[in-house]
Design a binder for this molecule. Sequence first.
Ligand code: AKG
Ligand code: FE2
Length: 243
Amino acid sequence: MLESSAAQQTKFLEEWERAGTAKVDAFLAPQSLSELQTAVEASYELLRRHISDDPPTLNIHLADHFTRWDGIWVKELAGFLDRFSPEIRELFDRAISSAEARFRSLFDENWRLEPKFTFIRRHQSTRHYLPWHIDADAASIIYTTDYCINVWLPLDPVGEVAPSLELLPSSNKTMRNLPIVAEGEKMRTDEWVKDNIGTHSWTPHALPGDAILFDHWTLHRTQRIAGEQVKRTSCEFRFVRIA
Ligand SMILES: O=C(O)CCC(=O)C(=O)O
Ligand SMILES: [Fe+2]
């Protein structure tokens, strides 16, 4: 029997309250997913083509994230697309509006996507897999807002071949009362996590269109999966309360 959307929302909110993380199947409708996939692919291609322009056409932040970790900072991408591909900018804006509408239907109307905290990530090897961390300090979010929710959107199937996220449900309750890491790498060692939180982790499988939500106190890391040849692209759409 299909659950009504009200029943699904209640179930989601219960899980969210309990664990600080939850999966939403088909967070994006097929049309929005397809727009997002097209926009992301086209942006990587454009950045690749322009990364070595002399004089530079990518600003320093866009170039830095792209070169260092195959990342795209959405805040900085917007201006670049306005110059080089307004039609891709439009696709992005539409996908973001759909994600905002879906997010608000799960929580309430008082949320918006924050481009400053929104990134696209591509793993092409295990080199940039992230160790245990919370986004509050690792992504420096705590210096701007006291609460933020990450809508993590894989654009490839994850959990089996390509890496998903491994999360520690309910770790947010402990982490929000512990000191943040202010300096250096801002990552927690396996031993620290075992001693302070435990080992009961959750590694959701997900398909493109599904979303894994978690708040900025929830410990997580890239799923440990060997495949050096595996490529995985994902979006980190971060939401904050409308002030
Ligand atoms: O995609 C990954 O491997 C890590 C993502 C992450 O840490 C995040 O979205 O906050
Ligand atoms: Fe993270």
